[in-house]
Design a protein around this ligand. Structure first.
Ligand code: HEM
Length: 464
């Protein structure tokens, strides 16, 4: 699997204890590596994979981590040996501790994690998603109404800002049955700040000192108080509701029948809003951009929407029929996987398909890189939704594609997110085409904690 392992800036991959191979190491003393990593991390990692193969060790400012790129390795860590690769002390999750607290996203793992996940899981089963479909459609219609002054003019809409507001309003309405009004914008700005400060830290650790650390603290406080206002109001009014918050407040632990503590509830709710808002915003923004830049895809997409929906609003039941739209979503999440990087730490020494993984080693997974692995994806940079037809998917290893993670820690909001992406695309397509303005430079991805469209996707709104 590591047939392309290089040699010059690597230690020789030798055979170590128990006959296991030693993971090749990118030379941490070669300044060119550090410069390349800082300049464009994804480019550096993609080139390193091409040059050195499916598993290699690299260092972030002296901190070693092993990057795995092959689907079998991804499956090993996320699925088969998930109990031996936890989030406990893993670098990325230490970094995000001030924001995420002890919510599900950075819960270290082990029995306490399983207890928490089992309690929350029923709230996010696919059969609860239809309860929130109307929120998704209503908020999309409101977004289109806000576009009215721009329609058929040469004024450009910042789709990412608009979808961001919509995605935040969808998740908060689904959680709290409340209209977040103007405070949505404050939350978005606070989140952008945190995403920026933490995302930059990965490449520039010194940036976390002084002023930027203070900015992160302020942004975190703003996000927490946004959430607290809704939770406190619900408790004070003793309201019983069938929204996500209501379900989570009534959910009980399997072992002792207790409900969640208030502190835990606050952490979980903030985790959900954060996990749901930026990932879907980024996914939908990229999808609109890719559709707008690929006329043949757009033609087939509009044809599907017109023939299958015949002008009526989509329902949850329609989603299975919108097969081409779903392939667009899948292909967008392949090319621009919003939650593109994660990490685990090995609890003990392990044999990963013949390689020795030491105990307490950070394992770095990057779906952006694996989603372009040439052994599994032809012409990987090409936007080609039909890669996801059953015929062309046959034989492709499951973990060549993992935009929602996998195994016991797979994204809890996966079904919510997939429905939201498809519904927003379908609802907008019935009224508008989004068009790239003349002479616009190609979009770039900003490598933060999420893969964000740099400066936002900007498109013209044309009535159909
Ligand atoms: C396109 C949208 C989304 C993408 C690409 C995405 C991606 C991911 C990924 C890759 C993970 C696993 C991270 C890891 O293994 O370390 C994850 C976890 C998680 N996601 Fe999502 N997500 C999306 C939307 C959502 C939504 C809408 C929600 C909530 C309503 C949500 C809630 C969560 C939570 C709570 C976790 C942590 C689960 C756990 O560790 O038990 N996500 N997501």
């Amino acid at each position: 699997m590591n047939s392309s392992a290089g040699s010059d800036s690597f230690e020789q991959a030798g055979r170590g204890r128990r006959g296991l191979k030693t993971v090749p190491t990118v030379n941490p003393w070669d300044p060119r590596n550090l410069i390349a990593f800082r300049r464009d991390t994804l480019d550096f990692l993609t080139k390193s994979r091409a040059r050195y193969g499916d598993i290699f060790k690299f260092h972030i400012f002296g901190h070693p981590m092993i990057m795995i790129n092959h689907p079998d390795y991804v499956e090993h860590v996320l699925v088969h040996r998930a109990d031996k690769y936890t989030k406990q002390s893993a670098f990325i999750f230490e970094l995000t501790a001030p924001v995420l607290g002890n919510g599900l996203i950075r819960n270290p793992g082990g029995p306490a994690y399983t207890r928490q996940r089992n309690m929350m899981q029923p709230t996010f089963r696919p059969n609860t998603v239809p309860l929130f479909v109307q929120n998704m459609i209503d908020e999309t219609v409101l977004m289109m109404d806000r576009w009215r002054p721009l329609v058929d003019t040469d004024r450009v809409a910042n789709i990412t800002d608009d979808v961001g507001q919509t995605a935040l309003r969808i998740v908060t309405r689904s959680l709290f049955s409340a209209d977040v009004g103007e405070s949505a914008r404050d939350f978005e700005l606070a989140f952008a700040e945190a995403n920026n400060v933490i995302g930059t830290f990965f490449r520039r650790p010194l940036s976390m000192l002084g002023l930027r650390r203070k900015r992160l603290r302020t942004a975190t406080e703003q996000m927490k108080s946004f959430i607290s206002a809704f939770v406190e109001r619900r408790i004070a009014n003793q309201e019983v509701r069938d929204d996500l918050l209501g379900m989570l407040m009534r959910a009980t632990y399997e072992d002792d029948g207790a409900t969640m503590s208030m502190k835990q509830l606050h952490d979980e709710v903030l985790n959900l809003v954060i996990a749901a808002f930026e990932t879907t915003t980024s996914g939908i923004s990229w999808a609109f951009y890719l559709i707008a830049t690929h006329p043949e895809v757009e033609r087939r997409f509009l044809e599907e929407i017109d023939t299958k929906l015949q002008g009526r609003a989509p329902t949850y039941g329609d989603l299975n029929k919108l097969t081409y739209t779903r392939m667009i979503v899948d292909e967008t999440l392949r090319l621009y996987s919003p939650a593109y990087q994660t990490m685990r730490r090995s609890v003990e020494e392990d044999d990963m398909h013949g390689y020795r993984i030491p105990a307490n080693m950070d394992i770095y997974l990057n779906s952006h890189v694996t989603h372009r692995h040439p052994a599994f994806w032809d012409d990987a940079e090409k936007f080609d939704p039909e890669r996801f037809t059953p015929e062309r998917s046959a034989g492709r290893p499951k973990h060549a594609y993992f935009p929602f993670g996998s195994g016991p820690r797979v994204c809890i909001g996966k079904y919510f997110a997939l429905a939201e992406l498809q519904l927003i695309l379908a609802t907008v397509a019935q009224r508008f085409r989004l068009v790239v303005p003349p002479d616009q430079a190609p979009m770039e991805a900003e490598q933060l904690i999420t893969l964000h469209p740099k400066d936002g996707v900007r498109l013209l709104v044309r009535s159909r």
